[in-house]
Design a protein. Structure first.
Length: 121
């Protein structure tokens, strides 16, 4: 078993109710990239950072337990989650985030230092 993370196309104020499957988490920030919100029936994807937006708030994430063989791997970036920007010892886990297409190389996001943070310190 593992955790599959699905980024929802809305923020905390817009949550329609309880998750049908799994649970919702919110309040994370993204560093090194920005998230392009998807339409109501599509998941968004990572895009390069936008100037003047250092650590934007990240949309709601739906975490669902799945069998390891059923976890999505196509167009996915395994993003580290840290408590603070100090990183290192503040590492918590990894979430899989969708990239725009397979043409994007994970190395681009690694070099940009993309990570999710629990605080915007």
């Amino acid at each position: 078993m593992c955790i599959q993370t699905n980024v929802m196309p809305y923020f905390l104020e817009e949550i329609p109710g309880k998750a049908e499957e799994g649970y919702y988490i919110h309040g994370l920030f993204i560093e090194g990239a920005t998230w392009e919100l998807g339409q109501t029936d599509q998941e968004g994807y990572l895009i390069p950072s936008i100037l003047q937006m250092r650590k934007p708030l990240f949309p709601v994430i739906n975490c669902v337990a799945v069998v390891l063989s059923e976890k999505r791997t196509d167009c996915q970036f395994d993003t580290p989650v840290f408590v603070t920007t100090d990183r290192g010892e503040t590492y918590v886990t990894n979430f899989n985030l969708t990239m725009e297409s397979d043409e994007f190389d994970q190395k681009e996001w690694i070099l940009a230092g993309v990570a999710l943070l629990l605080t915007d310190d």
